[in-house]
Design a protein around this ligand. Sequence first.
Ligand SMILES: [Fe+2]
Length: 218
Amino acid sequence: MATRTQSKSRTSSQSGTTARSAAGNKSMSSSRPAQKTSSSSSRSRSSKSQNEDMPNSKFHQLFLDLLKDIYWAEKALVKALGKMQKAATSEELADAIATHQEQTREHVSRLEQVFEFVGQTAKAKKCPAMEGLIAEGQEVIDDTEEDSAVRDAGIIICSQKIEHYEIASYGSLRTLAGKMGHEDAARLLDQTLSEEKETDALLTQLAESSVNEEAAAE
Ligand SMILES: [Fe+2]
């Protein structure tokens, strides 16, 4: 309940150009008569386009870049989770990964909606961080014995690193979306953020309740 109040007084006072540039020309060095720089109003470009031209702003561009990054990451994850699930030893872990794979598919389509909400076509941009995290997961599988609890412990650790990356990404995206007034997008991003956090907590619980102990005993 209770949606966050977002009234952060979005400066809509863009009207009057205060551009009475008194700005004393500091470099009056040479004798050349300070050439009249056309109309002084061009000076006041600073605060103007920041709010009203938001869709074209650099801030918005940053948001879109992050969105493309996580879109690539989620799509890559759908595949990677399939491999991790097959490699997992305990049924509990395999089930948890399978559930998260389903959620991840949903995350992909939610991101497509977010792109839509901000008037963009969904586009992925390679995410080197996720690529590395997935490679790490594969390495753990390669380096551990099949049917071992140690392998499960390793898979959990890699999965949590992945979740933490996603949590950081969705947290930032949600905040940026809210800041720009994309409330619908922010809500969807927040929903995914909650699911990533739940998955992270579930993995911790799995590790602490059984996997780590079994792995230590192997
Ligand atoms: Fe996800």
